[in-house]
Design a protein around this ligand. Structure first.
Ligand code: G6P
Ligand code: MG
Length: 218
């Protein structure tokens, strides 16, 4: 029996993927990596230093940057990103997600946040969503980022639920892999071809309802 839901945040609850993209694009320009939609997609769900490593690898410039220089670039990206998200309001909750959260709350499900973002508590607060969640997993507390199962395992643990009792909701391929590897049921939001491994898929957040999930609608 499903008793709880573990939510990714960026691209699921919050319309913030566009801000990550803007901030990383600027860093890519600075280090000479050509920005492409495929590169942007591959960064979804990947933590900050991991994203930077992928951008450097895509430009073939990884060996030019040591750890100290990488940390400077990551700080620069996050400073820019924090500026972009400083104006977030409840209007930036993705379509349909507020009513979905209300539906789950009314039905008595437990909910947690499994985001790779260290900015998650700030963003959840800005969106006015904090009261829905029993816990926000601290990504710094898990041993490995998505696609490793650690963060979605932790998202079940904080609810004191077994993985089989939890549905994970994600917009990234790395996140769907994490949910599946944790032994939970995966709901993918976005392009079916990108999220092939999801147990249930929805094209957009607006399509997500409890009824649709229960019937395993595709
Ligand atoms: C989410 C986003 C990624 C981002 C990561 C870390 O998973 O999908 O694009 O890199 O969070 O975010 P942070 O706010 O800690 O830099
Ligand atoms: Mg996401």
């Amino acid at each position: 029996t499903i008793k709880g839901f573990a939510f990714d945040m960026d691209g699921v609850l919050a319309d913030t993927a566009k801000f990550h993209t803007v901030a990383w694009h600027q860093i890519a320009d600075e280090i000479g990596t050509t920005w492409t939609p495929e590169l942007a997609e591959s960064l979804k769900g990947i933590d900050r230093m991991g994203s930077l490593a992928l951008i450097m690898a895509a430009g073939g410039v990884a060996e030019q940057y040591d750890q100290a220089e990488r940390e400077k670039l990551a700080v620069k990206k996050n400073t820019h990103y924090r500026e972009l998200i400083s104006t977030l309001t409840p209007d930036d909750i993705l379509p349909g997600m507020k009513s979905f959260l209300d539906e789950l709350k009314a039905a008595g499900y437990q909910m947690s946040v499994a985001s790779a973002s260290k900015n998650a508590p700030f963003i959840i607060e800005r969106l006015g969503l904090a009261h829905y969640f029993q816990a926000v997993v601290d990504p710094a507390s898990v041993t490995a980022g998505k696609p490793d199962p650690a963060i979605f395992s932790a998202a079940a643990d904080v609810l004191q639920l077994q993985p089989a009792e939890v549905i994970g909701i994600e917009d990234s391929s790395a996140g769907i892999q994490s949910i599946n590897a944790a032994g939970e049921t995966s709901v993918g939001i976005g392009d079916k071809n990108v999220l092939q491994e999801a147990d249930i898929n929805f094209a957009t957040t607006a399509d997500v309802t409890l009824t649709a999930i229960k019937s395993g609608w595709h």
